[in-house]
Write a protein that binds this ligand. Structure first.
Ligand code: HEC
Ligand code: HEC
Length: 141
């Protein structure tokens, strides 16, 4: 679990990977996907799926929360590149947000122990739950 989160981060936020890809265009047989706008175009299939599983677990949902399902049986089928579901678009915004939080802010903290991930806020819920403490007593409020 921990390893998969670290991997997910390395994939999501590894600027070096992204730069390398710009330098060497993906070979056609590396291109498994059709509508990636945040993840690298030639991300290996198993790495993208591992990231998707981590995202789903972080929100406590299944693939169909964000992806259009085209069949239920004999087995579930999805139109993964389709952007029709608003949840998928929000998820893309969230991916960009997390990338920016880590890249612009968390990365400036010396000896940092962790980056922000979906689980940091969502903790297994679609809408993050804010603990019921008295926020009026917090500094800065
Ligand atoms: C919280 C929303 C969310 C959930 C849940 C989710 N995905 Fe995704 N998925 C996305 C987003 C956003 C993208 C597009 C990423 C990008 O633009 O780089 C994507 C892209 C994909 C793609 C690439 C499609 C293409 O060709 O462009 C596949 C395949 C995929 N998801 C599979 C899955 C699977 C399998 C699951 C369940 C284990 C899953 N996803 C769960 C949001 C989600
Ligand atoms: C800094 C906290 C934070 C982080 C980190 C975060 N989110 Fe969110 N997310 C929120 C909040 C707050 C909302 C609820 C916004 C609202 O009121 O509708 C939300 C809403 C969403 C929704 C829409 C909920 C729905 O109705 O389906 C999706 C999808 C989502 N987030 C995906 C992600 C993914 C994927 C990640 C990791 C890449 C992520 N979020 C990381 C705070 C966060």
């Amino acid at each position: 679990m921990r390893r998969s989160i670290v991997l997910a981060l390395a994939i999501l936020f590894g600027c070096t990977t992204i730069q390398k890809q710009k330098a060497e265009p993906a070979k056609p047989d590396d291109l498994h996907f059709h509508n990636l706008q945040v993840f690298p175009q030639n991300i290996p299939r198993e790495e993208l799926i591992r990231n998707m599983r981590t995202i789903a677990r972080s929100l406590g949902v299944r693939c169909n929360h964000c992806h259009v399902q085209t069949a239920e049986s004999p087995k579930p089928e999805f139109d993964f590149p389709n952007d029709a579901k608003p949840e998928k678009k929000i998820a893309r915004t969230m991916l960009r947000m997390v990338k920016k939080i880590n890249g612009d802010y968390i990365s400036t903290i010396k000896d940092r122990k962790q980056d922000v991930v979906c689980m940091t806020c969502h903790r297994g819920k679609v809408i993050p739950e804010v603990p019921a403490i008295n926020l009026d007593e917090q500094p800065g409020h």
